[in-house]
Write a protein that binds this ligand. Structure first.
Ligand code: GDP
Length: 444
């Protein structure tokens, strides 16, 4: 997971100071030495580390902290605040044009994830902002890049504007804007050419496209895994063409986090989104305070709720509630639930968003066995419809057949049936309690 090392070190260091009823300058100094080391290990830009340590130290040795009743906790709060500030403070939303269409230019080096992110961004714009985006293939040097965008467009049922490789990118942009106007697209996302390195010809071309299309946003896509290189790339793109924000990709990988923590400070430009996977729904708005909270092991309940809202189908939720109430909940519904939870993303990532999860013994490095969920699904799939609706009929010979059919064991089938029974019992108790208006209920 991203930030793993940093999170462990910082949490360890802060844990030591947190409970202290009294702290002095020497304590703060000692703690800051460890924090400094943790940040350097995480590949954070050295200048950024220095400033961070200075700010936190100054605030931490302030009289109001030292004399307070809970100085340790206050220091932790200061670290959290400053970590949030370091990453940009508030979440920075997309700037839409007052007059449609909003033009977004996507820039970045080859392999950073620019084309993939173009598709993901269009998905976000359509789903969360109700927009009708037009994707523009302006990388004329790599026919494969145009094809890649067209394939994404098909997959997402989004229109892609392309004119092949013989027309200049500026001309493509011009025609795309005309097309957008004609077809009432309110957002135009231009996927520009990438290079292996920053080069002058490319920068000139980007400037020309910028002049013509007057973008509302210029998003630089950088790969979080490249650490300080990503920061340098951001600085040079910003110096030459001026970017309005950064999209940091591959934050689902085991990056140490240096880029995420340094980019804002070095370029003064916000990270607007982060890429959390290869799939088209894996682009998330970047929330500095939530990220700081996750790094410090305080969980991220807001993101968890949003994820749940995104994945849960409201109609189904209502239906389910009704089934709970009338106690007609079947194994098929159980399967449905399982699939909805899976849609929220990898379970170990979800667990880490829960406050205090890091403190539960053995959970800090928990790797949820997702194959286990697959086995449960297989077991249910091997049942007949009557078995799923009335599991009571599943006798020994049926259990044997189901185990064989699903490639599992009789024990696993038994375990699932037992869990399902317990869940039903719990639901029954809860509904009874609700009906009787009891305030307290016993949960097994
Ligand atoms: P481009 O050359 O910048 O257009 O890069 P592509 O869009 O072709 O992406 C390069 C590779 O990075 C592809 O294999 C993508 O699937 C992958 N990729 C892009 N974004 C992410 C991300 O957020 N997480 C992961 N794990 N992979 C990503």
């Amino acid at each position: 997971m991203a930030f793993e090392g940093l999170a462990q070190r910082l949490q360890g260091t802060l844990q030591k100071i947190k409970g202290k009823g009294k702290i002095n300058e020497a304590d703060v100094k000692e703690m800051m030495r460890e924090v400094r080391f943790a940040l350097i290990e995480a590949d954070v830009n050295l200048k950024v580390v220095k400033e961070f340590i200075k700010t936190v130290s100054e605030r931490a040795v302030g009289q109001d902290v030292m004399k307070s009743l809970t100085p340790g906790q206050q220091v932790v709060k200061i670290v959290q605040d400053e970590l949030t500030n370091l990453m940009g403070g508030e979440q920075n939303p997309i700037q839409f044009a007052r007059k449609s269409p909003t033009v977004i230019m996507m820039v970045g080096l080859q392999g950073a994830g620019k084309t993939t992110t173009t598709g993901k961004l269009a998905t976000v714009l359509r789903k969360r902002h109700n927009k009708k985006p037009l994707l523009v293939a302006a990388d004329i040097y790599r026919p494969a890049a145009i094809q890649q965008l067209e394939t994404l467009g098909k997959q997402l049922t989004l229109p892609v504007f392309s004119m092949g490789t013989d027309v200049s990118p500026v001309e493509i942009a011009r025609k795309a804007l005309e097309e957008a106007e004609k077809e009432y697209h309110d957002v135009v996302i231009i996927d520009t050419a990438g290079r292996l390195h920053v080069d002058e010809k490319l920068m000139q071309e980007l400037k020309d496209i910028r002049e013509l299309s007057k973008p509302d946003e210029i998003f630089l896509v950088v790969d979080a895994m490249t650490g300080q290189d990503a920061v340098n790339v951001a600085k040079s793109f910003d110096d030459t063409i001026g970017i309005t924000g950064v999209i940091l990709t591959k934050l689902d990988g085991d990056t140490r986090g240096g880029a995420a923590l340094s980019i804002r400070s070095v370029t003064q430009k916000p990270i607007k989104f982060v890429g959390m996977g290869e799939k088209m729904d894996a682009l998330e708005p970047f929330h500095p305070e939530r990220m700081a909270s996750r790094i410090l092991g305080m969980g991220d309940v807001m993101s968890l709720i949003e994820k749940a809202q995104d994945s849960v189908d409201e109609e189904k939720a209502k239906e389910l509630e009704q089934k709970f109430r009338t106690q007609t909940f079947t194994l098929d519904d159980f399967l449905d639930q399982l699939q909805q939870v899976k849609k929220m993303g990898p379970l170990d990532e979800i667990l880490k968003m829960m406050p205090g999860a890091g403190k539960i013994k053995g959970l800090e490095n928990a790797k949820v066995d997702e194959s286990q969920m697959g086995r449960v699904e297989a077991v249910i799939h091997s049942m007949t419809i009557p078995e799923r609706t009335t599991p009571e009929i599943i006798n020994a010979s049926r259990r044997k057949r189901i185990a064989k059919g699903s490639g599992t064991s009789i024990q696993e089938v038994n375990r699932l049936l037992k869990q399902f029974e317990e869940m039903k019992k719990m639901v029954k108790q809860m509904t009874n309690a609700q009906q009787k208006g009891k305030k307290k209920m016993k949960m097994p």
